[in-house]
Write a protein that binds this ligand. Sequence first.
Ligand SMILES: Cc1cc2nc3c(=O)[nH]c(=O)nc-3n(C[C@H](O)[C@H](O)[C@H](O)COP(=O)(O)OP(=O)(O)OC[C@H]3O[C@@H](n4cnc5c(N)ncnc54)[C@H](O)[C@@H]3O)c2cc1C
Length: 482
Amino acid sequence: MEKYDVIVVGAGISGLLSALTLSKHGNKVLVLEKNNNIGGNCNSYVVDGFQVDTGAHAITHLEVGPLRRLMDNYFDYMPVFEDYGHYYVRTEDQFLKVPSNVRDFVTFDVLPRKDRIVVSQAITKALTLFTFGIDLSKQSVYDFMSDNLSKDTYDFVDAISYFLSGRDMKETSVQRVLSGSSFVRDSVLQEQMESIMKVHEKPQTEPVLKSILTSNLHTSLQTRMNKASKPLTTLGRLATNKVSYSQGYPRKGLKSLLNAVLFSLPKSVEIKTGCEVKKILTSNGKVVGVEADETYYANTVVYTGFVTDLPKMVETLPSSYVEELKGVDHTKSLTVWLGLDSLLEEFNYIGSEIWFKNQPYWAMPITNYDSSLAPKGKQLVGFSFIIKEEKSESSEIKNAYETIFRAIPCIEDHIQMKHEQITIPEKAAVTINGYFADARTPINNLYVAGTDTDSRSMGITRAAYSVIELLQKMNEDRNLHK
Ligand SMILES: Cc1cc2nc3c(=O)[nH]c(=O)nc-3n(C[C@H](O)[C@H](O)[C@H](O)COP(=O)(O)OP(=O)(O)OC[C@H]3O[C@@H](n4cnc5c(N)ncnc54)[C@H](O)[C@@H]3O)c2cc1C
């Protein structure tokens, strides 16, 4: 029976980034994916001539964030990112930029003037406390604001909270809003990366690759990032912050990020699809392999499915760990993709828009980045909603269409393609009391990676953080370099 160094369970972006990095440290890796296609929540596919993504995506912290570090150190081929553009707010009678800093709040007349002053003061206070090292991860956004604001202001702050944590402002931390709005920026220094991957015992047989393309960002994004990266104190961002700082949309769609990982995988990585892992096998407190369509053996297993499913798969987990995993919070999302028969004036912008009344949405006209995602002369827009677990999917879909038609009444006459996706965007929501698993499990050489194993940032950026954390833990355990 062939033995692998590492078995990775799951071929979403976390599993594939794990396979890529571990194989580049010399490990022979087997990836097992239960679906017939790979990519999980990070992919694109064609519906009636329109190329939709698995949810509307902005890729964040591309200058010095964790994904950038992984791309620089391990990718042989770099995706091209288009400048993300701006975030806008749509109401029945207004369309204007989301305020990025306290200066922008002055003119943001969607909300009453008094409320804008209160919100600006709350941001200033939060950033000042953060700058002085106060932990704001357990303080809710709601507790930070006055209780005497208008409904519109609460709805607006709730909508932002939903998109950043999946929950309302009572369950979203101040820290999450500061980092999600770029006041506090995600970064992993190259020196940190090098120290994480430092060889402890034996020399590396295969060096970590440096990027072969220095910087392959779209020129306008590069220019903006150069401007934005001038030294600034965190507090200085109160006046100058940009929410969309160093964000991008991958040219040719989300799947081009997936393709860049696949292109960079060495031959020592084997991927099997349609292969669900049902049991993770252990012996004397150490992982020995997995049971799927057959039994596979390995020295190490990296699990990237839902950590909440682990107790079903590993019989020997301690009950205290199983109890802790019950603290993980999930949220569900619905994305409605609309293929339009022409280019609508309403979507004549680059970036995304937020509707914050009743059922909030976040929408992206992705053909404005790349017209090849739709047939010639047509437009493709994705509207993402957070949906409630207790309501039926069909009623949430119905509500979503009603909201879209209320926000953009003319759209109904232009719909050529409709497509709905219901997904869990992140395997854990960053709520005040939400639990995140550690990359190390109580079973020796069984590790976990993915969006429920690291609470920093969100989505793909968080997945990248979790993989860097995995590398660090595996290196400390002398399991990284082969
Ligand atoms: C609507 C929406 C909007 C989003 N917006 C953004 C955004 O703007 N920016 C951003 O960065 N991110 C965004 N995300 C989130 C991002 O796409 C995900 O966080 C990321 O793709 C998760 O990757 P993952 O590998 O951790 O998990 P997944 O994609 O869930 O992959 C896990 C994989 O493991 C497989 N698996 C599970 N159990 C088993 C098993 N037992 N055996 C074999 N295989 C198994 C699954 O089939 C799956 O393929 C969004 C997501 C959605 C849905």
